[in-house]
Design a protein around this ligand. Structure first.
Ligand SMILES: C[S@@+](CC[C@H](N)C(=O)[O-])C[C@H]1O[C@@H](n2cnc3c(N)ncnc32)[C@H](O)[C@@H]1O
Length: 499
């Protein structure tokens, strides 16, 4: 996709009109407790002595007129459109505004007239962390926001169904990733990065993580505090433990812990492994992943199993799936059941179709669909995921599925050039969406139906435009809330050939 020019394709995501907050300070003290509090009204628009993100901050009173696709409040200030995190439509608020080169930063200082949709975020780290963006809204307001987002993006293609929401929209993430470091007092801390920054926000509990994963991380943190094992320092390149990745099989109860370390020499390994297993006998496998590069990528190339089989197994859609450390597996299994159910319903399989499962990961969608199809062809870039998919096929006794490693676009071009046939294409690309090589080959292969699953409806809408221009029409749009408390929304779209 990167090779293409002037084709309407662009990198995913919104270009922020404000520079993203590097290290947003909590305003918990006055977010809820000070509703309607007018203590500092006399200071409206007065220059604030605090410096924000390098620029001098001024306080301004603004009124929020709507929300961006990332859930930030939109407000006008001095002829500019501000994007203010944690501000809700209709609210009047004092905001701190600072300029930094071409960017304008804005953050809420005090909400003057809170909206009825505003709630106290249950997470104490919410205003610092940035991992969630919507916790200050009621669940209903979050649902409406996501519905509006999808309705707007999908307007050219049809009316989406009501979003499939989650009954308990917390504790859902089966994968957690914690970064370790030292604070200014050289004490060990572990937590998530602040939004758009490498500043670690120390935390003991993330309300959307599986609680067991956080318990394990806290044990590792305590171990570090009481041992010679040092967290890694990104600036100096010194230290050992960079991150801990945990994957939990929500149905199986199996747990994988991956220690991401800066070197392959693990001093005190036996003591560590013994202590961790004693504290958490529920851990079924422990791996060490060596990442000695100066990179923001979490996982490195070298992987070593310290105990267990090196993978976990979980159940989804009535089948068992083996999952490696580096393979993609949907992070919210409760909602994934609904998502896959819709995707397979949209595929309208009668039993004799050739189905392509493109961007197939560990083969989940394709293998579940194989029970209703003639045969399934899966393609995926990640080698570990393809190995998992092949193993998963055998584990479930599936005889009509084949999996290939490679770029989905190239694979489809190859299929199209050989004149091969496909009745249904199910595609589930990463956030950046698909590419023209892939989409143009779909058009050549002429499947009767395309089912497009996406975690980024913005790139999905771009790709739908291509398919609609080239012989397809949209025949169903189903949003699914896979990521409660965040602005992200998943969407599955059914396309059928016009002829
Ligand atoms: C959103 S995940 C979907 C995986 C799977 N369908 C599922 O539901 O678990 C996207 C997958 O696309 C893979 N991927 C990314 N770029 C790719 C490419 N160019 N060709 C094939 N697969 C790719 C990723 O490794 C990842 O497994």
């Amino acid at each position: 996709m990167n090779k293409r020019k002037n084709n309407g394709y662009k990198k995913s995501g919104n270009k922020p009109r404000n520079k993203p907050n590097r290290s947003e300070k909590p305003y918990g003290k006055h977010s809820q407790g000070s509703r309607g509090d007018s203590k500092s009204k006399g200071k409206r628009n007065a220059p604030d002595k605090r410096k924000r993100g390098g620029g001098k901050a001024v306080t301004a009173e603004v009124t929020c007129s709507g929300l961006t696709a990332e859930g930030k409040g939109i407000a006008q200030w001095e002829g500019k459109e501000l994007e203010v995190p944690h501000l809700l439509p209709g609210e009047k608020a004092e905001v701190l505004v600072s300029k930094q080169g071409p960017y304008v930063n804005a953050e809420v200082k005090r909400v003057v007239t809170p909206a009825k949709e505003r709630v106290e975020p249950p997470c104490p780290y919410y205003y610092q962390c940035g991992g969630c963006q919507l916790q200050h809204m009621t669940n209903n307001a979050q649902d409406r926001f996501k519905q509006r987002t999808i309705d707007k993006l999908m307007k050219p293609f049809g009316k989406p169904q009501p979003i499939l929401t989650m009954d308990h929209p917390y504790d859902y993430r089966n994968k957690s990733h914690t970064t370790f470091g030292l604070n200014q007092n050289r004490q060990v801390i572990g937590g998530l990065y602040a939004q758009n920054s490498h500043e670690i926000i120390p935390m003991d509990r993330c309300l959307i993580h599986d609680p067991k994963a956080d318990e394990i991380v806290n044990t590792i943190k305590d171990y570090l505090k009481n041992s010679k094992m040092q967290p890694y320092n990104e600036d100096t390149g010194q230290g050992f433990l960079r991150h801990v990745l945990i994957k939990v099989g929500k149905v199986s109860g199996e747990i994988m812990v991956v220690l991401v370390t800066a070197s392959s020499e693990f001093k005190g390994k036996n003591n560590f492994v013994k202590a961790l297993r004693k504290a958490h006998p529920e851990i079924t496998t422990l791996l060490m992943n060596v990442n000695n590069k100066k990179t923001s990528m979490v996982l490195g190339d070298q992987e070593k199993v310290l105990f267990g089989k090196g993978t976990i197994t979980d159940t989804l859609g009535g089948m068992e799936f083996e999952i490696s450390a580096k393979s993609f597996y949907q992070i919210n299994p409760v909602q994934t059941e609904k998502l896959y159910g819709k995707a397979i319903e949209m595929a309208e399989l009668k039993g004799n179709e050739t189905v392509i499962d493109a961007y197939c990961g560990i083969g989940t969608i394709g293998l579940i669909a194989s029970q209703k199809a003639g045969n399934v062809i899966g393609v995926e870039l990640n080698k570990d995921a393809v190995r998992d998919a092949i193993r998963n096929s055998k584990r479930n006794g599936v005889k009509n599925a084949r999996f290939y490693q490679g770029d989905a676009g190239e694979f489809m071009v190859n299929m199209a050039s050989k004149g091969e046939k496909a009745d249904v294409v199910i595609m589930d690309p990463p956030r950046s969406g698909s590419d023209e090589a892939f989409l143009s080959s779909v058009v050549k292969l002429k499947p009767k139906r395309v089912v497009y699953v996406s975690c980024n409806p913005e790139t999905q809408a771009r790709d739908l435009k291509y398919l609609v221009k080239n012989g397809y029409q949209v025949d169903g749009i189903q949003p699914v809330d896979m990521f409660p408390q965040t602005y992200h929304v998943e969407s599955v779209v059914k396309l059928v050939r016009k002829d």
